[in-house]
Design a binder for this molecule. Structure first.
Ligand SMILES: Cc1ncc(COP(=O)(O)O)c(C=O)c1O
Length: 461
């Protein structure tokens, strides 16, 4: 089916009619088909392009916004992009307030589109004047010919999804959709599209994913506003109750931890070639759970790929950030790992008896190309010898070569447990202590030298 066969008058005409794409790999073992509405295909890279132009045009129609006017919004970024695109085409000025937990990329993008961005603190209560929404509202009130787009409370937001997103999903699935799974931020998408689909077929179940920490899931159950706690996924969940979120449309809530959401959206990029942000991860986890439960090849789960992953390169797609936020565990390399990685072809532990001669010890070191040896007596480390020290002694006094090792040896190498973290061993080793014996299951199982540790750290095997 060819798309874009006609030229467009401007970029705004390209918003919507995003593709519906089947999820193939993440669904392995699940019989219910799962499809995703790829909203990152919109020109601004997110689902929010739909509401940007719609809110502006509604304000124009109502006479609240006249040529040369100002558009203000409190936005985590994507709505700003949608508004800024439309403002650019239509010639309006934009000011956006944005909480500081949001990606730097998003603020830069808004500025690139000609908007002014004011960053506000995330960690303030919703009624604090520095809260991004109250601040945005105050800026709009202080300017003539200005609107506060107000996505959380603007009825145009769910309405545009009722008019566009919902009908598109209905047509693209030829009315076969059985479940619509979508996490609300403002609630516009799930409320508008969900309501449309239910009107077409009252059997359609609407399921809302919600980041763990958001107050929505609890509010849906008790109608009580709770405190909530911070979470990392951007653009969805909330700490206030927006009117663009229509609670009656949603049949079920699924709370999703940051870690599950982020790991699943990273898989989506690697395994399906669909590169999206963290909120998409919440949608995916919830959609897969629904599909697993439905367990019916005749079912059809539709979820939403909210925005492009390019907006999260410094976060969701940055391993360091994930480790800092305990989303990826730092792999604990142990001494045992170093021992296993030793790949010299030599037996794991070359040692000499205290009664062996210095000559035998030097021979052994030369055969196995090692520069030190532990001296073991009945499985216990009783001393150590090193090639440079023995050579120096033998050169000074050739008779040393026939002496027993125990007469010339240095003190034993320290003994460490195989599951000791590597960094603890690194701290122990020095020029004076070039190696340690490794104890596993109560016996000495090998030796790890400074050289081995260096190889491990440098990733040489
Ligand atoms: C990245 C992202 N995903 C999802 C959403 C949720 O969409 P809605 O506000 O329509 O509920 C938003 C909204 O802010 C968003 O920015």
């Amino acid at each position: 089916m060819p798309a874009h066969t006609e030229p467009y008058a401007n970029v705004l005409e390209t918003i919507g009619w995003t593709p519906l794409i089947r999820i193939n790999k993440l669904t392995q073992g699940i019989r219910t088909p799962v499809y995703a509405k790829a909203e990152f295909f919109n020109p601004g890279g997110s689902v929010k392009d739909r509401i940007g132009v719609a809110m502006i045009e509604a304000a124009e129609r109502e006479g609240r916004l006249r040529p040369g006017g100002l558009i203000v919004e409190a936005t985590s970024g994507n709505t700003g992009v949608g508004l800024a695109l439309a403002a650019a085409v239509k010639g309006y000025r934009c000011i956006f307030t944005m909480p500081d937990k949001m990606s730097q990329e998003k603020a830069r993008l808004l500025r690139a589109l000609g908007a002014e961005v004011i960053i506000t603190p995330t960690a303030v209560p919703p009624d604090h004047p520095e809260n991004y929404i109250l601040k945005g509202r105050a800026i709009a009130a202080a300017h003539p010919n200005a609107i506060f787009a107000d996505q959380h409370y603007n009825p145009v937001n769910p309405e545009v999804h009722y008019r566009t997103t919902g009908p598109e999903i209905w047509e693209q699935t030829t009315g076969k959709v059985t479940h619509f799974v979508c996490a609300p931020g403002t609630g516009g998408t799930v409320s508008g599209a969900g309501r449309f689909l239910k009107e077409r077929n009252p059997k359609v179940r609407v399921v809302a994913g919600d980041p763990l920490g958001s107050i929505y899931t609890e509010y849906a159950r008790t109608r009580q506003k709770t405190e909530g706690h911070p979470y990392k996924v951007e653009g969805i969940g909330g700490d206030k109750i927006p009117t663009s979120l229509h609670w009656d449309v949603i049949d079920e809530w699924i709370a999703v931890p940051d870690k599950d959401a982020i790991l699943s959206v990273r898989r989506l990029a690697k395994e399906e070639g669909l590169f999206c942000g963290g909120s998409t991860g919440v949608n995916l986890v919830a959609a897969l759970e629904v599909a697993r439960r439905v367990d019916d090849p005749q079912g059809l789960v539709v979820t939403v790929l909210c925005d492009t992953g390019e907006r999260y390169l410094s976060k969701v797609y940055n391993d360091e950030w994930l480790r800092e936020n305990q989303i990826l565990e730092t792999e604990r390399v142990t001494v045992a790992r170093v021992l296993e990685a030793k790949n010299s072809g030599a037996p794991p532990l070359i040692s000499v008896a205290p009664t062996a001669t210095v000559r035998q010890a030097l021979n052994l070191m030369s055969t196995y190309n090692v520069s030190q040896l532990p001296v073991l007596d009945g499985g216990d480390g009783v001393g150590a010898v090193s090639e440079p020290a023995l050579m120096a002694k033998a050169l000074e006094q050739p008779a040393t070569l026939d002496q027993a090792v125990q007469e010339v040896m240095d003190g034993p190498f320290p003994v460490v447990d195989a599951d000791l973290p590597l960094e603890r061993l690194t701290a122990l080793l020095s020029r004076e202590t070039p190696a340690a014996l490794v104890r596993r299951d109560g016996r000495i199982a090998g030796i790890v030298t400074r050289y081995d540790v260096l190889h491990q750290l440098a990733g040489i095997h």
